[in-house]
Design a protein around this ligand. Structure first.
Ligand code: ADP
Ligand code: GLC
Length: 501
């Protein structure tokens, strides 16, 4: 933390998405909230993002403030300046031929990655690097660049060779996405040939964006303490565990917070009935409204399970589908599913909704307000993720009194306390946790939840309200980031290529 006489740190926060400008997942929630939390601590934080059309539309008013001449772009790249949340400066990197496209930042309408993703994010990294070195004509020299995920991975590598450079922090939000491309792509990007080395960006004969962050950043964080340990093992490290172990002294897990201004059942504009821990009974109105909206019978007594997520293997939705026949044999239960992603899982979810119209309702698509209504309306939120670096939906569920039921992994293990007799007695329990990432273990946990739902004397409400009273605001995590920034600035890491030819 800054003492009273310490000047604010100048922090450039680089991300490929940020709420409310553009979002595909939890990275956007973090990049939209953490910079504001740091700003509230008096730091000079600025956010930089590619100028996707949705981001431009939502960030208006914007002013062009600079033109950058960057390798890889025949045209000068404009920087547009706006504000995030009306508070902190926002720069959008405007390279229309790369970023002015419909839909998703990473994927085209055909469901495949944009083929020029390496060119797109290499250019973004070069723009971030130019700002970081005060070469953008902004008269602003950051002390530290905070990079997030592979799309920003080249920044620490590009900066490492510079004499007077800011410190770098690289945050891993999900090690499963690495930005790995062919050697020919590396050559095409006109990067310093010295970066092609096993100590640099080479990864088993391929070119890895994320290695730029992992090998070159002064400090590395990931988004929960448990995931920070998991990624040191082959099961979670995807071949990068050796490098991460090598850098272990500069690697830390900092749990994400959540933005209680966006996610507060007492004031959420997306939900029909407001409530809080002292007025838990009012939550029932949201359950009825959700049942109505999703075409399910409006019944107070059924146990309504919910799930929201990207439909990818990570999230374990296939396990939910596996337990469906068993669940359908249990009267008094319903299930609401919201997601989009793999075509196969989308079809399977829709099919489940058609087969059990009175019990299962699915919505395929990305719908932010509906996500809020599912959080407010369900009783128990399922998160059987095979791995989960942090996970935000279990935190939203805790806040909304929708008891989370989770696999003990990553951030799920760090945030949900299992309703064992002991934890219940100690008043610590907040949800249901299971140990094996398989459908049998998920089903046993769901059976425990069903048994608990039937308990008398407000047992369920006590469990839910205990979750609602937990504090996962950004405050503590933002403070921890400030300490890490300070350390990275005071004690830069040596260049891993120093001394190599
Ligand atoms: P991840 O980043 O791996 O997708 P997180 O749990 O960290 O997982 O964050 C997911 C975020 O995306 C949450 O804010 C969640 O509500 C949102 N989300 C995911 N799928 C959808 C969807 N289909 N509609 C609306 N919001 C969604
Ligand atoms: C990633 C992870 C998720 C995490 C989010 C924000 O998308 O999959 O677990 O919550 O990033 O850090």
């Amino acid at each position: 933390m800054n003492g009273p006489q310490e000047p604010p740190m100048k922090i450039l926060f680089a991300s490929s998405e940020a709420q409310p400008l553009i979002k595909t997942g939890g990275l956007a929630d973090v990049a939209g909230a953490l910079p504001l939390a740091l700003g509230h601590f008096g730091q000079d934080v600025r956010l930089v993002l590619p100028a996707y059309p949705q981001a431009v539309e939502r960030a208006i008013p914007l002013q062009p403030v600079a033109e950058l001449y960057l390798p890889g772009s025949p045209e000068p790249v404009r920087l547009l300046e706006g504000r995030l949340g009306g508070e902190i400066p926002l720069y959008l990197v405007d390279a229309p031929e790369l970023f002015e496209r419909p839909g998703n930042p990473y994927v085209g309408a055909d469901g495949h990655d944009w083929p020029d993703n390496p060119e797109r994010f290499a250019l973004f990294c070069r723009a971030v690097t130019a700002i970081a070195l005060n070469h953008a004509g902004l008269d602003w020299h950051p002390d530290l660049v905070h990079c997030n995920d592979w799309q920003t991975g080249l920044v620490p590598a590009l900066l490492a060779g510079e004499g007077s450079r800011p410190a770098t922090l690289f945050t891993i939000h999900n090690l499963a996405y690495q930005g790995v491309f062919d050697r020919a792509v590396f050559d095409r990007l006109h990067l310093n040939p010295a970066l092609w080395s096993p100590q640099g960006l080479e990864f088993h004969g391929h070119f890895s964006f994320i290695k730029g962050g992992l090998a070159f950043a002064d400090w590395i964080t990931t988004v929960s303490p448990t995931y920070a340990r998991e990624i040191l093992t082959p099961a979670f490290g995807y071949g990068l565990e050796g490098l991460l172990r090598h850098r272990e002294e500069r690697l830390e897990g900092v749990l994400n917070g959540i933005d209680y201004r966006q996610w507060d059942p007492a004031s959420d504009p997306a939900i029909p009935h407001h409530y809080d821990a002292d007025r838990f009974a009012l939550k029932a109105g949201n359950k009825r409204a959700l049942q109505r909206e999703m075409g399910l019978p409006e019944e107070d007594d059924v146990l309504l399970f919910g799930h929201i997520g990207r439909l990818v293997e990570q999230k374990g939705v296939d396990m939910i589908l596996d337990v469906l026949p068993g669940l359908m044999r249990r009267p008094g239960t319903q299930l609401v599913l919201l997601g989009s992603g793999s075509a196969e899982l989308e079809r399977a979810l829709q099919e489940a909704g058609r087969r059990f119209p009175d019990r299962v309702a699915t919505y395929i698509g990305y719908d932010e307000p509906l996500a809020h209504r599912v959080e407010a309306g369900c009783d128990c939120f399922l998160m059987p993720s095979r791995f989960e670096p942090c996970g935000l939906n279990q935190l939203y569920s805790l806040r909304y009194g929708s008891v989370p039921l989770v696999h003990r992994t990553g951030g799920l293990a760090d945030t949900v306390v299992d309703a064992t007799p002991r934890n219940l007695l100690d008043g610590r329990a907040t949800g249901f946790v299971f140990d094996q990432p398989d459908s049998a273990a998920l089903w046993r946990a769901m059976e425990r939840a069903m048994e608990f739902w039937g308990r008398p004397e407000g047992a369920w409400e006590r469990l839910a309200v205990n979750g609602m009273r937990q504090d996962f605001s950004w405050d503590a995590s933002a403070r921890r980031y400030l300490e890490i920034y300070r350390r990275a600035i005071d004690d830069p890491a040596p260049n891993p290529l120093a001394g190599t030819a």
